[in-house]
Ligand binder design. Structure first.
Ligand code: SAM
Length: 269
């Protein structure tokens, strides 16, 4: 079977191999590239996602395509802060440098990613922040998660599902591993309804982002893939329907930054 890798058509196995290659190549510079490309906006988007998750002590959260652990660190930080209001008023914007992370927050986050190089970056961040408890790092494919049924209180995936070969399989797996009542949250680049804004964004994406990628990672192609893969991802309404088809209830979405990013949510009822 064939699928897309950015704007190219490739075999399904070839897509998985190439996606792995992209993140092998960028792992070491992944975090700094996020800041530069999004002018820091990814922090705001992720913060909104964690606020919407509203994790509580005693819960077990699965962060799929968790990469270098950015979402996991933010979940731990949120629990330490106590409330979303505290989190927003926090002056520290670096999720891994907050000394509060050393406290036992009573929450467990499993970070699962297909790419070991990305997870290793995350493990090093955890070591640097002296944060070992409450975190688990597991190599695994979103399409065939190595976890039992009804195991987690929440499932998060940020900027990951776009890279998965069969989105439907990843959604079915999310549903399977969640407990009844469990929350599903997906943060992903999306589609901008405003035509003027969309043109400006296109110009920035196709001209500037691959150039920044070349300057910082010496890898233009991986960032060309990034911008192309965003255009191939289903729009907000289509993706919401796919989440419903997977079995989730209470499906909703919220645009951020005019639709550059959307947060889709649902619940296993
Ligand atoms: N969630 C992190 C964040 O927001 O910073 C990392 C996002 S990064 C853009 C995408 C991640 O998806 C990479 O770490 C990549 O290895 C992972 N990934 C791609 N395909 C995957 C799959 N089939 N299963 C699990 N992870 C996958």
């Amino acid at each position: 079977m064939q699928t897309h890798f950015g704007f190219q058509t490739v075999d399904e196995q070839e897509k998985e191999r190439r996606v792995r290659g992209v993140f092998d190549s960028v792992a070491g510079k992944y975090d700094i590239m996020n800041d530069v490309m999004s002018a820091g906006l990814h922090r705001l988007w992720k913060r909104e996602m964690v606020s919407a998750l509203a994790p509580r002590s005693g819960q077990h959260v699965l962060d799929v395509a968790g990469g270098t652990g950015d979402i996991a660190f933010r979940i731990l930080k949120y629990c330490h802060s106590g409330t979303g209001r505290n989190l927003r008023s926090s002056t520290s914007e670096s999720p891994d440098m907050d000394p509060g992370l050393r406290r036992d927050d009573g929450i467990n986050v499993t970070v699962c990613d297909i790419n070991e190089a990305m997870l290793n970056e995350g493990k090093n961040r955890a070591i640097d922040a002296n944060r070992r408890e409450g975190l688990e790092w597991v190599v695994g494919n979103a399409e065939a998660l190595p976890f039992p049924d009804a195991h987690f209180d929440a499932y998060t995936i940020a900027f990951g599902i776009r890279n998965v070969t069969h989105i439907e399989k990843a959604l079915a797996e999310a549903y399977r591993v969640l407990k009844i009542g469990g929350k599903f949250l997906c943060l992903e680049f999306s589609h901008i309804p405003n035509e003027v804004l969309a043109k400006i964004y296109d110009s920035y994406s196709f001209n500037i982002i691959p150039w920044i990628g070349q300057q910082i990672t010496q890898d233009r192609a991986s960032y060309q893939y990034l911008v192309e893969s965003i255009r191939k991802f289903p729009d907000q309404e289509t993706f919401a329907k796919m989440i419903k088809v997977a079995g989730f209830g209470n499906v909703n979405y919220r645009n951020m930054t005019g639709g550059v990013v959307a947060l889709h949510t649902g619940r296993k009822l």
